[in-house]
Design a binder for this molecule. Structure first.
Ligand code: URP
Ligand code: ZN
Ligand code: ZN
Ligand code: ZN
Length: 493
């Protein structure tokens, strides 16, 4: 057998199994799995030395080259730097956003512009979710075409003045999404309550970054989550609640899942590792960790999120890479003035970089504290995002003949001396990481995309080529959808 590449001696982990065998790769696809595959005629052999070998990471929540919408200034990374950062962290597929501003009257135009920004730029494979902020009749009528173009998911917002929708608008979207078989992601925070409390905090003279967390308490996330679930239940259509930070919101989700509703949920590393104390750091430092929802209070909240990952409440774990530079005329510091040296939290752009640190940080935590099994890690970081967003089994799996040869090879036990993470080790175009100084115990040693090594940590580092990454057309979700296949009618619900 003349393989292009054989990955030998791996502890191969999928969402369901773990076993010691080799992976034979041919023409960019996983071709054969088995012990002791022949290597005599292979063009290249990589010895995994007994380390974990997992499917390439699928990060289904990445913001690249977006205009200002979450505070002043657009996102820092573009398709080149963001996708470069992804592969250096073991991620081979990202799903980014094609963002509609309220003034954009066609979502298809928005998608075309997003293609222009991405084409020829990417180091990893990519697809788009559409952000819908103006669900006009015309835009709702374009969903069928979106599906034909391989875009089968939307994101909508219950907060941010520039994006927030009313409940009736959300229902319009859910109805159209149901007809088309599209999955709707919802940013669930109560925007009106946040705006009101923000005004009250400012009246009391509270402007510092830490009040960002005060202005958006768990209650407001839990309320919006419950409301989003009610709308999805009435519409009988699947939704995914994005970036869940609150155990109280997770409890609403769990209850809905137990009732058999197609409610899915995502969480992110920042809700496992950051707390409100990070927002209280000296000077303007706290601003580095301003994201929405905000980091929560402490260990108990983190434990609640880890538990939700282990017990299946969270379907996926994404980065929500939403990068703004720190020292930059358009970055986080744009809000600092002589009168307000720590800035005013209301104007700090919301979001943190994390596409490169997602897998390594979480694997390091698992190796230190056994927070979940490695199979569960693969399920929430690779396989489930692929299933939920119509990429499976081409992505997120290692099925011979079906899956792209997208593979992440880790370090075997004892090979990587634990070290403190530094931003200078990362490949994004951002001048900080919120995880500066955190302990790394394992990290992707090799990243392989469609059979090509694109990251070789002990060798030349980044070896992939800009433009090798391709747009991937997606099908519809293969996770459970509406209960009823009939046309939705107002008189039956
Ligand atoms: O803080 C965050 N999450 N930034 C804005 C993008 C988003 O996902 O809402
Ligand atoms: Zn969001
Ligand atoms: Zn006060
Ligand atoms: Zn986001």
């Amino acid at each position: 057998m003349d393989f292009d590449l054989v990955v030998k001696n791996g502890r191969v982990v999928t969402a369901s199994d773990i076993g010691t065998y080799d992976i034979g790769i041919k023409d960019g696809k996983v071709h054969m799995l088995g012990p002791n595959l022949p290597t005599e005629n292979a063009k290249r052999v990589i010895d995994a030395e007994g380390a974990y070998v997992t499917p390439g990471g699928v990060d289904a929540h990445v913001h690249l080259a977006e205009p200002a919408m979450y505070g002043k200034g657009g996102t820092a990374d573009d398709y080149e730097t963001g996708s470069r950062s992804a592969v250096c962290g073991g991620t081979t597929t990202i799903v980014t956003f094609a963002p509609q501003r309220k003034t954009d009257d066609s979502i298809l135009d928005v998608v075309a512009r997003t293609h222009d920004r991405a084409t020829g730029q990417a180091y990893c494979d990519y697809s788009f979710h559409c952000i819908i902020s103006n669900p006009s009749k015309k835009v709702l009528g374009e969903f069928e075409t979106l599906k034909e173009q391989g875009i089968t998911s939307l994101k909508l917002y219950m907060t941010y003045a520039s994006l927030q929708l009313r409940d009736n608008e959300i229902l319009d979207i859910l109805l159209a999404a149901r007809r088309t078989g599209i999955t709707t992601m919802i940013h669930a925070e109560n925007g009106d309550m946040i705006a009101w409390l923000t005004d009250k905090l400012e009246e009391h003279g509270h402007f510092d970054p830490e009040y960002h967390a005060t202005s958006r308490p768990q209650l407001m996330e839990a309320e919006a989550t419950n409301r989003a679930i009610a709308m999805a239940e009435m519409m009988d259509t699947p939704i995914l609640i994005v970036h869940v930070s609150s155990p109280s919101a997770a409890a609403h989700i769990r209850k809905a899942q137990t009732a058999g509703l197609p409610i899915y949920a995502e969480t992110c590393p920042q809700y496992l590792f950051l707390t409100r104390a990070d927002l209280q750091k000296d000077g303007f430092e706290g601003a580095k960790c301003v994201c929405s929802p905000p980091p929560r209070d402490g260990a108990e909240d983190h434990e609640g999120i880890w538990r939700g990952l282990a017990n299946g409440t969270f379907t996926i774990l994404s980065s929500d890479h939403c990068p703004f530079r720190y020292e930059d005329p358009y970055g986080k510091k744009v809000v600092v003035s002589e009168e307000f040296p720590k800035g005013k939290f209301k104007y700090i752009p919301n979001g943190c970089p994390g596409v490169e640190t997602r897998l390594g940080m979480v694997m390091s935590a698992i190796e230190k504290e056994e927070k979940m099994t490695v199979q569960k890690f693969v399920e929430v970081t690779c396989t489930n995002p692929a299933k939920l967003y119509g990429l499976y089994p081409r992505k997120g799996a290692l099925l011979p003949g079906l899956s792209d040869a997208d593979i992440t090879i880790w370090y075997p036990e004892g090979k990587l001396k634990p070290y403190a993470l530094k931003n200078e080790m990362l490949h994004h175009d951002v001048d900080y990481t919120p995880f500066e100084g955190r302990e790394v115990r394992n990290w992707p040693r090799y990243t392989i995309l469609r059979g090509e090594v694109v990251w070789d940590k002990d060798g030349e580092g980044l070896v992939g080529k800009k433009g090798y990454g391709e747009f991937v057309k997606r099908g519809i979700s293969t996770l459970a959808g509406p209960k009823s296949k009939e046309e939705w009618r107002p008189d039956i619900y």
